[in-house]
Design a protein around this ligand. Sequence first.
Ligand code: GLV
Length: 326
Amino acid sequence: MLPKILIARAIFPEVIAKLAQHFEVTTNQDDVLWSQPELIVKLAGMQGVFTTGGERIDATLLAACPQLRICANMAVGYNNFDLDAMSAAGVLGTNAPDVLTDTTADLGFALLMATARRMAEAERFLRAGLWSGWRFDSFIGAEIHGSTLGILGMGRIGQGLARRGAHGFGMKVIYHNRSRLDAAIEADCRASYVGKEELLRSADHLVLVLPYSAAAHHAIGALELAQMKPTATLVNIARGGIVDDAALAQALRKRTIAAAGLDVFEGEPKVHPDLLTLPNVVLTPHIGSATLPTRLAMANLAADNLIGYLVHKKPLTPLNPAVLSA
Ligand code: GLV
């Protein structure tokens, strides 16, 4: 009998076809957003689940699904997993790193540029029929080339942003991270390590790329925003909840920072209503990894983790590998 797996959201048909060679597959191609109790019902008798980052896998779900052995996330972030509870239950978690690094760094840079150069605001103005001609001072934005790029969270995506900024735009790159990078990586990224306060004070453009954790909750709140330059741009491509969105809306309204670009939101897909009314914020709906080759690579990696573990006992990107030897 083939092992049973559930694919919790709609996904590429070719990835379903690959999984169907190894498993009895239940799909959700109507893309219904199940509550956790509904997900628990769907998981009855399943050994594996293909998740996409929004499905909460915690002690409650694990206790109700004792036959579950692996949760494979089609996302690099895995804050939907309670990894300690999964390890305690002997359930493997996997994520989808590397395959989205450059695509997400591209989007981070695009959002930085759109925000600093006020592109969304200028486009809305033009579409509204308000453009009566060139003016010396219309839509004056912030310089990007030669400015100081600050990066909070210097993992793979942060390093990708640093390279784009330093090599492509001649930016001075400073970063803060839990631990300092090797000198060789710093040299390759042309990035200097600084304390968080200096990062906040010195960055012309600050991009957040750190993983979400309880410790990172509201890492950028009113106090941190107050330390930034009034001309600064803030970009969040990491996770909602890292920024206190209410405090950010306040700072943007009072212009204590100049502008923000947000791809992720606290409580998304809801967006803080104040952000929706402000001209100096560019909002995108969590599209950091959204290109066809990258999304396909992420889905294939999640599928290969399911096959790797349930069929060959060798997952590709395990998050709690202790489960493998237990
Ligand atoms: C997207 O947000 C991801 O974590 O892959």
